[in-house]
Write a protein that binds this ligand. Structure first.
Ligand code: PLP
Length: 466
């Protein structure tokens, strides 16, 4: 149901006076944001000192420093973003995948302005019509073969994942254990840090014996051996612990794990074995959602019919758990004060409209073209001027990663800092080799801006000994 014409809020949003003021506001905003459309270094020592002091204060309050000396002003243009020292960076990581449409995107700013006409936050008890609109849009896009029929909204990917785990456990009770994959990432709560295969992220925390890791697809082994290893391990574990396992959680494209993914056949054979064993199939698409050549990565791999639960977040500016009717929770299990802000849910709905209606998807869509451009630029560097300095390249849609030098954590971080100083922000992923992780704003990025990033990457690589 869309908003009703009689509503005072709609009368406000459609009021010509409001519309004219909004137009003027957007024009002023754009005038200023447009002047951030380039890389720029801060020239004043005084400003730099003040910035360092502010960052130090923030670090002290948090009790730990940030990864980069980064404080955003929240303003930018396309892939460029302004920092509060007045510098401007080319943003290839977008807050680990949030700002797919870059910074100060006019259509999203328009939704944000409309969002400010209402209360700030909404929740499960008293939702606003934005919750209905974004949910309707999401469910209309799950694909013809999909069995996903329900959606709940949350403020973090971790909470969407917690909900996935809870509803699977309730359905499969008393089975509670989960199969997950080596190198996976699921979030930062007590349960999600146990699923996450990074012991360093749960340093000093107890584990509850609820997770069994399976080997992920490895191209060195090929499909047959990879499937064999995962499925035989799964079956062996279920024989040892009958009726204990409830589901299988998988990132179809591992984010934190380093953008590893498998050919379709691997997933099909794995999922058929999991279904036969009575496991619910849960795809964590919090990082991959929207970024491949279809809206959901399970569509890109042709896996619609297998998925019982999918979790999404990040670029949507909202987070959600979608699931089948069969796995619907009983009352009381899923709730929470917040589902999102009025503005973020509006923006999320608009993002879905833009993504699904403006030529982003398909083999010849905008994402595929930009991905190919970035990947082939990296290949050219790898085989040309940067031979011996770039190793493995992993690119699928708007998830682009590459190994630098020896692929160690130390050299990758040193390279990222050099890149940052030169005006390009990227991040890291993987656990050996470590890779440079890019989640670029392909929603707005131009090929010329990718070329600019590539030329800075090249300069930074050549400035170091191989
Ligand atoms: C695959 C995956 N799952 C879960 C999460 C957790 O999401 P959030 O940080 O929004 O809680 C992330 C975040 O990086 C992720 O990449």
């Amino acid at each position: 149901m869309s908003s009703q014409p009689g509503l005072i809020r709609d009368r406000l949003l459609n009021d010509p006076e409001y519309q004219a003021q909004k137009k003027a506001l957007l024009a002023t905003l754009q005038k200023h944001s447009e002047s951030t459309r380039s890389i720029h270094q801060t020239s004043s020592d005084a400003v730099r000192e003040e910035f360092a002091k502010t960052l130090k204060h923030l670090s002290e309050m948090r009790g730990r420093p940030g990864y980069f000396p980064f404080l955003s002003s929240g303003i930018g243009a396309g892939p460029f973003v302004e920092l509060t020292d007045g510098s401007r960076k080319l943003d290839l990581i977008t807050g680990i995948g949030i700002n797919f449409f870059g910074h100060s995107h006019p259509e999203l700013m328009s939704e944000l302005i409309d969002g400010t006409t209402s209360d700030v936050m909404q929740g499960n008890l008293m939702p606003g019509y934005e919750a209905e609109e974004i949910s309707t849009k999401l469910l209309s896009l799950v694909g013809k073969e999909s069995r996903l029929k329900h959606v709940s909204l949350f403020c973090s990917g971790t909470m969407a994942n917690e909900t996935a785990l809870k509803i699977i456990r309730q359905k499969k009770f008393p089975a509670s254990r989960i199969f997950a994959f080596e190198d996976c990432f699921a979030g930062r709560s007590t349960a999600m840090q146990e699923i996450t295969d990074s012991p360093g992220y749960r340093d000093g925390q107890p584990t509850y014996g609820e997770v069994c890791y399976l080997p992920y697809y490895n191209e060195k082994w090929g499909i047959d051996r990879s499937v064999d290893l995962a499925v035989s391990h799964m079956q062996w574990e279920m024989t040892r612990h009958p009726k204990k396992y409830a589901g299988l959680m998988i990132e179809l494209i591992q984010g934190e794990g380093g953008f590893r993914y498998a050919p379709r056949e691997y997933y099909v054979r794995l999922f058929e074995a999991a279904q036969k064993a009575g496991l619910a199939i849960w795809a964590d698409e919090i990082q991959s959602f929207g970024r491949t050549t279809e809206l959901f990565a399970y569509q890109t791999f042709g896996l619609e019919k297998y998925i019982d639960v999918v979790t999404i977040g990040k670029l949507l500016h909202a987070c959600a758990t979608l699931h089948t009717t069969d796995i619907c929770p009983r009352p009381g299990l899923v709730a929470g004060t917040f589902t999102g802000s009025f503005a973020s849910l509006r923006t999320g709905r608009r993002i879905l409209e833009i993504l699904s209606e403006q030529g982003y998807y398909g083999k010849d869509g905008k994402i595929a073209k930009l991905s190919h451009h970035f990947e082939s630029g990296l290949e050219k560097l790898k085989n040309g001027s940067c031979k011996g300095r770039i190793g493995v390249i992993r690119a699928i849609g708007g998830m682009i990663g590459f190994e630098v030098f020896d692929g160690s954590a130390e050299r990758t971080k040193a390279f990222l800092m050099k890149l940052f100083d030169a005006g390009v922000v990227a991040f890291t992923a993987g656990h050996g080799p470590y890779i440079v992780r890019c989640l670029p704003p392909f929603g707005v990025m131009k090929e010329s801006e990718i070329d600019l990033a590539l030329s800075i990457i090249e300069t930074c690589l050549l400035a170091e000994n191989a």
